[in-house]
Design a protein around this ligand. Structure first.
Ligand SMILES: *[C@@H]1O[C@H](CO)[C@@H](O)[C@H](O)[C@H]1NC(C)=O
Ligand SMILES: *[C@@H]1O[C@H](CO)[C@@H](O)[C@H](O)[C@H]1NC(C)=O
Ligand SMILES: *[C@@H]1O[C@H](CO)[C@@H](O)[C@H](O)[C@H]1NC(C)=O
Ligand SMILES: *[C@@H]1O[C@H](CO)[C@@H](O)[C@H](O)[C@H]1NC(C)=O
Ligand SMILES: *[C@@H]1O[C@H](CO)[C@@H](O)[C@H](O)[C@H]1NC(C)=O
Ligand SMILES: *[C@@H]1O[C@H](CO)[C@@H](O)[C@H](O)[C@H]1NC(C)=O
Ligand SMILES: *[C@@H]1O[C@H](CO)[C@@H](O)[C@H](O)[C@H]1NC(C)=O
Ligand SMILES: [Cu+2]
Length: 264
């Protein structure tokens, strides 16, 4: 019985367990992103499309892949999600089955336009991340395990746009990193365009910025990791690499552990 379960788990892990976010909600309003399952002709250039184009649920395997910012091919979205700073945005994932590895929510200021922004030279900053919450690296409760529903209902990832963020056009980037295959990290990024309104004036200081690709590397033991190895599997802390999370100028210095995250 245990062997059957392990066999099924391996099959799911290797074959069918990929995915990503295709839809978003803000204040109960539903916005459509790109869906690799929908014919391109039914969504390319559509005025309702808020997500950048991605065409396969397969992961990106290389941390230095130039498509890492907004997946492949990453064409700009014709439309954008209006949101007030301080509001929540929920990304809707279908059939997410992986359980091990971090989830990181990124933004970047588009300046004039998200359509012309160079994604690989942009300054990306984290606004939320979910790592190992309790237990061990191999079997513990990761944010990803908590997020994932085995019953097939949509998995919902809700985070808050920092309240004092300066209004303007931004890209929001949901990234899940799956670490269930030893030393072969899988990156699942999807992007949407946002128009942020509000009365804020803040942007992160440069210590919060990262380049994508650039932030992850096979030289990082947290990324190039074998979660089954004897010296790793029972560890109870996991540090998500990259810059600290920016929660807005008013909340800078917030303790990330007290704020719900385990690990330094
Ligand atoms: C996203 O929402 C649209 C519109 O409701 C729906 O047709 C589509 O199936 C959803 N995407 C996925 C991946 O389920
Ligand atoms: C980057 O990722 C895309 C999407 O997975 C893939 O098609 C492409 O071959 C990768 N590029 C490199 C240089 O590995
Ligand atoms: C955002 O989500 C959090 C966590 O679910 C919740 O506590 C908070 O009330 C929400 N905020 C808004 C403005 O809806
Ligand atoms: C982004 O900028 C880099 C560095 O200047 C350049 O090599 C790359 O071609 C630019 N990408 C696009 C899509 O313009
Ligand atoms: C911005 O400030 C105005 C005037 O004080 C206020 O009416 C409005 O509710 C504020 N908007 C937000 C999103 O806080
Ligand atoms: C990890 O912990 C479990 C439970 O305490 C134990 O059975 C196992 O031997 C440990 N594994 C290693 C590699 O230390
Ligand atoms: C575990 O052992 C491997 C192989 O010796 C090593 O590369 C890795 O850095 C070690 N990881 C930790 C967290 O000690
Ligand atoms: Cu997968």
């Amino acid at each position: 019985m245990i062997q059957v379960f392990v066999f099924v788990a391996i099959l799911l892990g290797l074959v069918s367990a990929h995915g990503g976010t295709s839809n978003y909600t803000v204040d109960c309003i539903w916005y459509r992103g790109y869906s690799p399952d929908t014919p391109a002709a039914n969504q390319d250039g559509q005025p309702w499309l808020v997500g950048r184009k991605w065409i396969t649920i397969d992961p990106i395997f290389q941390p230095d892949n130039m498509s890492l910012p907004c997946n492949y091919p990453g064409d700009p979205a014709p439309s954008s999600i209006p949101i007030t700073a301080g509001d929540n945005i929920t990304a809707v994932y279908y059939y997410w089955l992986h359980t091990v590895g971090p989830m990181v929510l990124w933004m970047t200021d588009c300046g004039d336009s998200c359509s012309t922004l160079n994604l690989t030279t942009a300054n990306w900053f984290k606004i939320a991340e979910r790592g190992l919450i309790s237990g061990t690296i191999q079997t513990g409760m990761w944010g990803q395990r908590e997020f994932q529903n085995w019953d097939g209902t949509p998995n919902l990832w809700t985070e808050t746009i920092p309240q004092d963020l300066k209004p303007g056009e931004y890209i929001i980037r949901h990234e899940i990193i799956a670490l269930h295959i030893a030393n072969r990290p899988q990156f699942y990024p999807e992007c949407a365009h946002l128009v942020v309104t509000g009365n804020g004036t803040a942007l992160p200081e440069k210590e919060y910025y990262a380049k994508i690709p650039g932030v992850w590397s096979m030289d990082q033991p947290e990324i190039n990791i074998d979660v089954y190895a004897a010296n790793v599997s029972n560890l109870t802390t996991y540090t998500i690499p990259g810059p600290p999370v920016w929660l807005g100028a008013k909340r800078s210095g917030v303790d990330r552990v007290l704020d719900g995250f385990k690990g330094p």
